[in-house]
Design a protein around this ligand. Structure first.
Ligand code: GDP
Length: 290
């Protein structure tokens, strides 16, 4: 990819579509605290982009722990309205009061609001879409199987939203360890019948085949830079060397970014609407007895 957002890599038809209207992507990050979620989001949406934090609703930021931040990313005239929902401390062993409930409530609330807007004739044409298009689920680089807590959370989440499991802090594992950990995780995800994006939705996703072989993506986040030739790159520096975030030999960061920002950008939004939202809406209507 030549640009941070990779929007130029979109097929031309889609590119025109994006250019004509502003595009929105709502991402949620879930995982134990300290796994590098915040650092990773800063890395993913490089600050080289023109970034603007929009005003938040003071009521929501005070009352819920699950917190959305809004950004406007602009690249070559293409505007991507990005919402990143941070979920502090999930699964923190020392702090069990943080659990999946507020996260699921947030997800459901966005579906409910969309449903309400859909039923209101005045709003039909431009419903603000706050629904979560993907949950990036951070898994600790333990090398062992999926923890019970993670398995449960992934299972619950994957019934409601697109879930992309991610191995955090890839720089703490060797290539062999990463490979073996990936096999273990893939087996565990299958054993628990956990649906993940894009693998479980492959028929709906064009051009993702190549990316599939890197799943689950291992990532590195960093706030530091180094010079490689005359290029400034994000990295983590150790006594024994430098690990570059965007080097495909060091982590799957570039593949994940390509999936989110380019190859599957539309598919994430469409799957959210066609699969998850429709499921939620159907369940809700059945409950209401219609
Ligand atoms: P969060 O609680 O999940 O949001 O984690 P933070 O982003 O606050 O990061 C927690 C700590 O992990 C910080 O000291 C980061 O510098 C460090 N960290 C973040 N990403 C990485 C990574 O990819 N590799 C390593 N080794 N450390 C990281």
């Amino acid at each position: 990819l030549t640009s941070p957002l990779g929007l130029e890599a979109l097929p031309s038809q889609r590119f025109t579509k994006v250019k004509r209207s502003t595009f929105g992507l709502n991402l949620m990050v879930v995982g134990e605290s300290g796994l590098g979620k915040t650092t990773f989001m800063n890395t993913l949406f490089n600050t080289d982009l023109r970034e603007e934090i929009l005003p938040r609703n003071p009521q929501t930021t005070q009352t819920v722990k699950v917190q959305p931040s809004y950004y406007e990313l602009v690249e070559e005239g293409v505007v991507l309205n990005l919402c990143v929902v941070d979920t502090p401390g999930f699964g923190d062993e020392l702090n069990r009061e943080h659990n999946l409930t507020p996260i699921m409530e947030y997800i459901d609330k966005q579906y409910e609001e969309y449903m309400a807007a859909e039923r209101h004739p005045g709003f039909r044409k431009a419903i603000p879409d706050t629904r979560i298009h993907a949950v990036l689920y951070f898994i600790a680089p333990t090398g062992h199987g999926l923890k019970e807590l993670d398995a449960k959370a992934l299972k619950t989440l994957s019934k409601k939203v697109n879930v992309i499991p991610i191995i955090a802090k890839a720089d703490t594992m060797t290539v062999e360890e990463k490979q073996s950990f990936k096999s273990i995780l893939l087996r565990d995800l299958e054993d628990h019948s956990i649906k993940t994006f894009p693998s479980s939705y492959a028929e709906d996703v064009d051009g993702a085949e190549e990316l599939l072989q890197h799943i689950p993506f291992s990532v590195i986040g960093s706030d530091s830079f180094t010079l490689v030739g005359d290029k400034k790159v994000r990295c983590r520096t150790y006594r024994w060397g430098v690990v570059e975030v965007e080097n495909a030999e060091h982590s799957d960061f570039v593949y994940l970014r390509e999936l989110l920002m380019s190859t599957c950008l539309h598919d994430l939004v469409e799957t959210t609407h066609n699969v998850h939202y429709h499921q939620h809406r159907g369940d809700a209507l059945r409950l209401m007895g219609r």
